[in-house]
Design a protein around this ligand. Sequence first.
Ligand SMILES: Nc1ncnc2c1ncn2[C@@H]1O[C@H](COP(=O)(O)OP(=O)(O)O)[C@@H](O)[C@H]1O
Ligand SMILES: [Mg+2]
Length: 148
Amino acid sequence: MLEKYTSNSVKETHNIGFQIAKLLNHNSIVALSGELGAGKTELIKGICAFFKVDDFVTSPTFTIINQYIGEDNSGEIIIYHLDLYRIKSTKELEEIGFSECIGDSNSIKLIEWSEKADYKLKEPDFAIKIFTDDIDENKRIIEIKKKI
Ligand SMILES: Nc1ncnc2c1ncn2[C@@H]1O[C@H](COP(=O)(O)OP(=O)(O)O)[C@@H](O)[C@H]1O
Ligand SMILES: [Mg+2]
């Protein structure tokens, strides 16, 4: 399943993230790709808002993996927010505990720069690509591919 959305503002991107969150379960992997400043973190903010995360960290670029505690109607939910921007090799990826993290079956995994882990993330539950627009700096095309 492939869906395409147009966002014309940060708020709309948050809303799209909020809607995506409703489709996730306690073991979902969401892979996000798109250039720097595309809006991956903003979309993730929308996902985390749905789960009432109140300690959202704008970008885990320096720590690479952040953990949030959220909630849904079945109770507490653990969310991992990964940003692989600085990862240069599969060795580095393994050193930060990437495999253990995505292998954790009781948490949501939200992964920015997922293309850096393509070899591991063959089929994420949701593959999201965000495209900027050459003319309108507030416009984004958000492509969502759901695993069948
Ligand atoms: N429609 C939009 N959706 C998301 N971000 C937007 C949009 N229009 C402008 N922006 C801006 O683009 C930037 C996106 O930043 P961020 O989410 O951190 O990108 P990424 O995580 O992909 O590097 C922010 O500065 C935001 O204000
Ligand atoms: Mg980011």
